[in-house]
Design a protein around this ligand. Structure first.
Ligand code: IYR
Length: 230
């Protein structure tokens, strides 16, 4: 008798998952190669305006949406903006918040901590980059009857998804920056998002300007950031 590929748990269908099994040697090689590749990623603040095909952005967003999420509710909406008028609106509004931030909201200590990154209130990349991806988190949702329903571990879920988004951008040979103008309410109104969505992260996506310079940052060593209990 042939065994069924699917099983039923609590009345829900479960499908057989075939993970990819590789040798220990290949595992070590692949993990090293992945680390070397991801260690090349840098946040970039100056973008070329060279266009990027929409299909690439679609694939990047689809990759991000494979992230695990609380109760698999997928509490996110990705808004991809290439429309120059909307980008300009976003830049103007973001710079108003940033000006307020740099002049009044941020402490002297905070600004000192940012000096090595050479940031300021001007955000030309919001117009220069061919695409802006704005990630919205859905603190709650509506069911088909319009009733409110809960989402769970929303910050964790969306944080993981953004990490995967950034990796997908790097994988496509593109660069990004995790930009968080604060507060980000202006994005809800400019992009006309519903009440259950709050902007979480704004990522310009494109090629870097050439040449482009990034701060000479050092990453923590394994000893500085990991503890093994064997
Ligand atoms: N949002 C501001 C300030 C800023 C804050 C942190 I923390 C950074 O790592 C970088 C910038 C800005 O974008 O300039």
């Amino acid at each position: 008798m042939e065994l069924s590929k699917n099983i039923n748990i609590n009345g829900y269908n479960h499908i057989k998952y075939d993970s990819i099994k590789i040798s220990k040697k290949e595992m070590i090689e692949k993990s090293e190669i992945f680390y070397e590749w991801i260690n090349k990623r840098r946040s970039v603040r100056e973008f070329s305006s060279e266009p990027i095909p929409k299909e690439v952005i679609e694939n990047i967003i689809k990759s991000a949406s494979t992230a695990p999420s609380g109760a698999h509710h997928q509490p996110w909406t990705f808004c991809a903006v290439s429309n120059p008028f909307i980008k300009t609106k976003i830049k103007i509004a973001a710079e108003i918040e940033e000006k307020e931030g740099y002049e009044h909201r941020m402490s002297e200590r905070w600004k000192k901590d940012l000096e090595h990154l050479a940031t300021d209130m001007h955000k030309p990349f919001l117009e220069d980059a061919p695409w802006l991806i704005v990630v919205f988190k859905k603190s709650y949702d509506f069911d088909i009857n319009g009733e409110k329903c809960n989402n769970y571990y929303v910050n964790e879920s969306i944080g993981i998804s953004c990490g995967m988004l950034i990796s997908a951008i790097h994988n496509a040979g593109l660069v990004t920056l995790t930009h968080t103008p604060s507060p980000m309410n202006f994005l809800t109104s400019i992009l006309n998002r519903p009440v259950n969505e709050r902007a979480f992260l704004l990522l310009p996506v494109g090629y870097p300007k050439t040449p482009v310079y990034v701060p000479d940052l050092k990453r923590k060593t394994l000893d500085e950031m990991a503890v093994f209990y064997e």
